[in-house]
Design a protein around this ligand. Sequence first.
Ligand SMILES: [Zn+2]
Length: 295
Amino acid sequence: MLLPWNSRTCILCLNEGELTIEHVIPASLGGTLTSRILCKDCNNRLGHSFESDARLAPELRCAAAGMASDLGALAEALEVGAQYEAQFDEQKVVRKLRSDGQFGTAKLLDNSLIVPEAEAAKHISSIMRKRGAPDQEVDAAVEKWSEVEAGAMLDLGRNVLVRKWMNHPSTPAYTESAMSPLVPLKTGYEFAALILGVSILPSAPGLDRIRRALREQDEAFARSVVAERRASNPAPFHGIAFMGNKPAAVIQMRLFGLLAYEVTLPATGINFGRLVYTHQLDTGEERCTCPEPAS
Ligand SMILES: [Zn+2]
């Protein structure tokens, strides 16, 4: 859903120019509410900073994992690049899940490599060659490896030992950082901009502070205006809602139904009733009771 923004002024740096499409909830989390509200520079800056890592936050992935069948491809996409643990003999190995569904290469304490089975032949060839093996010997080694039983240690000569590991269940390590409070701050500010229209633009101490915090990635400030809550049950939707003025405007972002972030926007009042945007993650349906922004 693309909401209109009737201005050429970027809501973050307040410069005029060509504006680009911004995802109010980060696209990597499955957000689809968009508007042309940021200049290219600000959009890139956000995309390469706190937004880019949000996807891997353990609390988001845990919530998503509880409803993976409803989320389909999104649940899988959230895991790409995440750290997974597996046990190899006495050693715990942490590997990154790649986009092809395989785990990346890892090293054991004795310097041996754990590589995906599909890439083992390539690694064996390369190591054997480095150790001076002629083509014929390399081919024979690869052949020997392809026929070896799972679990058995195989000596390929030239001090190369290989072993086919099987059935090594990997589980998420959940060692990544929690989502930055700058994400809900950004979402809350952008949603307020879409509600208020250009009246969010004039310089005012509270609003300038938010814009500066987002541009400079000031996590401490974001933490001071974002409160985290938990709903009782996960549900396959993302949402943003204006919760009223208390006395400053409070906007809540909900992710996967479960995780709620209440953003207080200092010195901002919103003269509308309840405003809600929801994106149903299982059906793709979006709803918004937002007004047309003032031009
Ligand atoms: Zn800008």
